[in-house]
Design a protein around this ligand. Structure first.
Ligand code: AMP
Ligand code: GLY
Length: 421
């Protein structure tokens, strides 16, 4: 009997995870709750249960004899879904509630890094606007203002002037833009350099790093416009030297996993390090307690070993094996609803997009309607290509998208440009 696996989440990341799991000969069925209708085309079984309803998910897993659960998004992790599954005797891949704090609180992550000398921007935390304003005035710009808790990638302002920083503080303390998340603010030094995402499978102090990717966080071409969850990504990132990645593994990933063990919050799952390659080496801008979105959609297609076997081995204290395609390249472009991230206009009609020939579409914010599949939130889908080179991958994705009817949606035209200059 093959394995039955339940993936929790609904986005493009979960589509990519479920699709990769379904490739395994040892897997019989992949369920995804709540999933989205775009996943069905890949043979993934959609389960209409909310990711916040832990009791219903546990009972589904029990009655369907699920072997183990893969948790995609941060919110259920931070709410303790892995602890709840484990209490019910069901193995779940992802960090405990205590370990997920590394993403759930920027202040927690910053303190951990400071205690263990893990390279990151210097910072201070404030819960009063006046003291935060005084710090900004004495420090000067550029400076970075971050709401403490989860804000779906939108709680960060890179302020180029003192005025911009003051506006960000007003948003957080007076307008309460981030609600609970903004009750506290982290203010940190501006770091200069290219960003890259280094994700690793982690079990306690053991780490298995993946190939790096580069996300595009701003909404519009040339890194203009507001911060988003991510508008596209590619892998590898040739302008980041291997020595920078090796240094990041030694000075950031391994010591962070060890620090979590030493402090009593051992981390199992995917640790995502958002890094800046500075003149002084790699430094942390954020940790996430899960796969990145859209990084997953370009990193998992490079996995050449059996994904389900690798996760099973981590969960059963075995010896996981992860091997990667080191010669090819992947690139993915997000189609987003008009107005994303601030004033999303839903309802765009999703065109038929062919898969195959190294091209794959991962669906996110889509829903069924009487006119077929329509856009139901900000990030709608991502088109990914795997090719021998980044340039060919870029040409393949844009070649496909430019011929699609994309009314009501927009996308960046420069995904991968930093690598191809
Ligand atoms: P975060 O939500 O922490 O990933 O921040 C969102 C974006 O803000 C990052 O992807 C960076 O582009 C930028 N950013 C965050 N922190 C810094 C920093 N200390 N220096 C420069 N840019 C930053
Ligand atoms: N792409 C950034 C993230 O997943 O947080």
């Amino acid at each position: 009997m093959g394995k039955k696996i339940l993936v929790i989440g609904a986005g493009g990341r979960e589509h990519a995870v479920a699709h990769a799991l379904a490739q395994s000969p040892s897997v019989e069925t992949v369920f995804c709750a709540p999933g989205n209708p775009g996943m069905s085309g890949d043979g993934i079984h959609i389960v209409d249960l909310a990711q916040s309803n832990h009791a219903a998910l546990i009972s589904f897993a029990q009655s369907n004899e699920i072997d183990w659960v893969f948790v995609g998004p941060e919110v259920p992790l931070i709410e303790g879904i892995v602890d709840d599954f484990e209490d019910a005797g069901i193995p779940a891949f992802g960090p405990s509630k205590a370990a997920a704090q590394i993403e759930g609180s920027k202040d927690f992550a910053k303190r951990l890094m400071m205690r263990h000398s893990i390279p990151t921007a210097a910072y201070q935390t404030f819960d009063q606007e006046e003291s935060a304003q005084a710090y900004v005035r004495s420090h000067g710009a550029p400076i970075v203002v971050k709401a403490d808790g989860l804000a779906a990638g939108k709680g960060v302002t890179v302020a180029l002037t003192i005025d911009d920083a003051m506006k960000a503080l007003d948003d957080i303390f007076i307008e309460n833009r981030f609600g609970q998340a903004g009750a506290r603010v982290v203010i940190e030094d501006f770091l200069e350099g290219q960003e890259f995402s280094l994700m690793s499978f982690v079990r306690g102090s053991e780490v298995w790093p993946m190939p790096i990717a580069q996300d595009h966080k701003r909404a519009y071409d040339d890194d203009l416009g507001p911060n988003t969850g991510g508008m596209g990504a590619y892998s590898p990132v040739p302008q980041i030297p291997d020595s920078m990645v090796a240094e990041a593994i030694e000075t950031i990933v391994k010591p962070t996993a060890q620090a979590m063990v030493d402090e009593g919050y051992p981390f199992t799952g995917v640790l995502y390090a958002g890094l800046i390659a500075t003149a002084d080496g790699p430094k942390v801008i954020e940790f996430n307690a899960r796969f990145g979105d859209p990084e997953t959609q370009v990193v998992l297609p490079r996995l050449t070993s059996d994904f389900a076997d690798g996760i099973s081995a981590i969960l059963s204290d075995g010896d996981p094996e992860f091997t990667w395609n080191t010669s090819g390249a992947t690139l993915g472009v997000v189609l987003a609803s008009e107005g994303y991230p601030d004033h999303v206009v839903k309802g765009a009609i999703i065109p038929e997009i062919p898969n195959g020939d190294g091209l794959h579409t991962y669906y996110a914010g889509v829903a069924n309607s009487h006119v077929g599949m329509v856009a139901s939130s900000g990030r709608v889908l991502l088109v990914e290509a795997t090719r021998p080179s980044l340039q060919e991958a870029q040409e393949a994705v844009y070649g496909l998208i430019e011929d699609l009817p994309t009314e009501g949606m927009f996308y960046r035209h420069d995904i991968g440009a930093k690598a191809l200059k």
